[in-house]
Design a protein around this ligand. Structure first.
Ligand code: NAP
Length: 272
């Protein structure tokens, strides 16, 4: 498994996304993923499944220090005391003593960013999280967050797949030594019907989803595909035994546009 270096953190290039995975399904998929070799799990306070992620981790028998667990603080907890309490509650649900990567889930302009970045850094200094970072931050917000944070930021987790151009955010992350972690990396499943990606895949004996995930990791981007299906767990991690040619990388990059965003809300920032 490739590891992505990010301001002192080593983020396994493929992780398991867990949004919408709940209850026993979630615990079982996390357990199976870890047994299959996944070493990175992405959850969030908002997903209401931290307890099950912790159960899956313990059931897998994989040692705690071999697994990289990310969770996220929801925007209603961005005042300093709330953020600390929220991180402690996540730890209690996960039954862990330390989160590997603690993220701000979305920007929240209602709370001064400097205050929240200070609180996030404090959570790290208290030992609640080994690394900290942000999610859904634009270039301008990355610049403000880096300037306001007394601790280095490991990543910006944003939507990224072949249909969405994220060159600007990627460059901003690189400038600051941060990793880009791609969410919805297979465009919420839409990639499976992509004939162009399937045709490229035929040359490597890989599926469209594998080509898509390989395109991400080959750019030194981490990806966190989600699946509720056991057979797809292996498919999605089996992307380290081939390399896309430069021509194929460019063909896939040319599919993108800035308007193909799948996740957007009224409270989202003004995207780059
Ligand atoms: N920070 C944020 O604001 C944010 C926002 C969105 C997502 N995320 C994180 O990113 C993770 C992934 O994003 P996502 O869940 O939106 O979408 P995704 O991983 O791009 O796509 C998931 C969908 O693709 C299907 N799928 C998975 N593997 C497949 C394969 N090999 N072939 C065909 N279809 C496949 C899944 O269906 P089956 O279950 O049927 O396989 C599911 O419907 C989330 O789970 C979450 O952890 C973060």
């Amino acid at each position: 498994m490739n590891i992505i270096a990010a301001n002192g953190a080593g983020i396994p290039a493929i992780g398991l996304g867990t949004w919408q995975l709940r209850g026993r399904t979630c615990a079982r998929i996390v357990e199976q993923a870890l047994r299959l070799g996944y070493r990175h799990i992405d959850t969030a306070q908002m997903y209401d499944n931290e307890r099950e992620v912790g159960e899956g981790l313990r059931a897998s028998g994989v040692k705690r220090d071999e697994v990289f667990i990310t969770t996220k603080v929801w925007t209603t907890h961005f005042r300093p005391n709330d953020l600390e309490r929220s991180a402690k509650e996540s730890l209690a649900r996960l039954r862990l003593t330390e989160i590997d990567l603690l993220l701000l889930h979305w920007p929240n302009p209602q709370v001064p960013l400097a205050e929240t970045m200070g609180a996030l850094a404090h959570a790290k200094q208290l030992g609640l999280a080994r690394h900290i970072g942000v999610s859904n931050f634009t270039v301008a917000l990355i610049e403000q967050a880096v300037a306001a944070c007394p601790e280095p930021l490991a990543c910006d987790q944003v939507e990224y797949h072949p249909y969405l151009d994220q060159a600007k955010v990627k460059a901003a992350c690189a400038r600051h030594g941060m990793a880009l972690v791609a969410y919805s990396p297979i465009a919420k499943g839409r990639i499976r019907n992509d004939r162009a990606l399937a045709r490229i895949g035929d040359r490597y004996r890989k599926t469209a989803a594998q080509v898509c995930l390989r395109w991400l990791v080959q750019q030194n981007v981490a990806a966190i595909p989600r699946t509720s299906k056991l057979e797809r767990l292996s498919e999605n991690i089996n992307v380290f035994d081939f390399e896309l040619s430069e021509d194929d990388m460019s063909l896939i990059s040319a599919m993108s546009s800035a308007s193909n965003r799948l996740t957007d809300f009224g409270f989202a920032p003004k995207w780059d």
